[in-house]
Ligand binder design. Sequence first.
Ligand SMILES: Cc1cc2nc3c(=O)[nH]c(=O)nc-3n(C[C@H](O)[C@H](O)[C@H](O)COP(=O)(O)OP(=O)(O)OC[C@H]3O[C@@H](n4cnc5c(N)ncnc54)[C@H](O)[C@@H]3O)c2cc1C
Length: 447
Amino acid sequence: MHNINVKRLPNLAGIAAWDALLDSKTSYPELEGRQSADFAIIGAGFAGLSAARRLRQLAPEASIALIDAGSIGQGSAGRNSGFMIDLPHELTSEDYAGSAPNADHLITQLNRHAISFASEAVAEYGIPADFFRRDGKINGAASDAAHAQNYNYSTHLKTLDENYEMLDAQSMHDITGSRHYMSGLYTPGTVLIQPAGFVRGVADGLAQQVNIFERSPVTGLNRIEDGWSITTLKGQLDAGKVILATNGHLESFGFEKGRLMQLFLFACMTQELSDEAIKALGGTEHWGVTPSDPLGTTVRRISTKQGGNRLVVRTMSRLMPEMKTSRSQLKRAEKVMRNKFDTRFPQLADVKMQYAWDGHLCLAMNGVSVTHELEAGLYSACVQNGLGTTRGTLTGIAAAEQAVGVQSDVTHFFAAQSRPSRLPPEPLAKLGANMIIRWKEWRAHKE
Ligand SMILES: Cc1cc2nc3c(=O)[nH]c(=O)nc-3n(C[C@H](O)[C@H](O)[C@H](O)COP(=O)(O)OP(=O)(O)OC[C@H]3O[C@@H](n4cnc5c(N)ncnc54)[C@H](O)[C@@H]3O)c2cc1C
């Protein structure tokens, strides 16, 4: 495939709240006219930014261009819940546990490698420490079934020799201010990021050494004699080697069709809490609760250090092979999220939601990423599954290492993965998957 016409461009709904909370933002130019670079990276999320940073480390003299269709911080990398999790986080399992302890040991080690890489960027680029907090996370349980899932997961953690703490209902109330949870499983290794603040901070740190282009959707990619020519709406860039870091939009470039699950998730954020609301809420200033059932609801409390005293709720997911949701789907999601919020925080009935949005993640049915040389000089750092913060960082590192011919534990991990398994044909895949998701969401309704 030497001439690629990009079939779809990113299309996300709602305001990217985390980005809207930031006060100072650098804007990067659009790609215009004819340009060139030794390496070009398409996509400036976790994967693209990590690829750029790793390339700088490995090839400090090389010229590097980083191109994004939108504004950095407003894509899915800036629209998530900000849990950079070190432990196995298998969304398709009942309780996040992976399978064999050996495989989970390896995943945990690699996730921690990604977290260290991100942490070094925070230090090197002077990103505010409160955009990258080592708070850990709690798997909240609101039913006996969820409590049992937490218990199963804790047994699994014990076999992995990982630290954890079981919290009772009172401790959950003391931390979150909510009486909704009957128990929780705390693990210390998760970093809670201000996602837009983090990715913008990394981009700003790289900007001295990397040419960054925003609002420059890539519409075509053509093989040329000594590399690839990238066409954007207003310009063209020729590069010796190209890394595709577009997650699910790998498919829009014509790769892995019929093998990728394009999942859209919804989230919302409250208005700034008044002093009275903060008092009525109680609890502590910073915490993050993931549901003990993967199809439940995630909640975070943030403070002025991340952009305001607010609560952030994420729930509902839908498989969207067309890679966009509708206005009515976002409206429906807003109602569901409001309901989840009211159940947890009846004392905050007067607090309004200021923002609601969707975002895109990409799963393979067999949990693999696509991180290899797709064609000569064209590399992929895509398909992050449920944990795009850490997995995205790892795929970016791997693609940069592959592009300069370096081997490491990270490249070996991806080299050993098989291809994403084939999905049933459409519309069966979408109908079937959404029926299963709805059923699991219904089953996890309290979570
Ligand atoms: C509501 C929500 C909550 C989430 N919570 C978490 C969480 O707590 N923890 C976690 O680990 N993950 C979470 N995720 C998933 C996570 O956000 C993604 O997996 C992650 O963003 C993937 O990173 P990435 O760099 O691979 O892709 P992306 O962040 O999607 O970046 C890809 C970039 O490619 C660009 N692009 C695509 N096509 C083109 C083109 N043609 N031309 C130019 N640029 C292009 C896009 O504009 C985009 O900026 C969540 C996702 C959502 C939606």
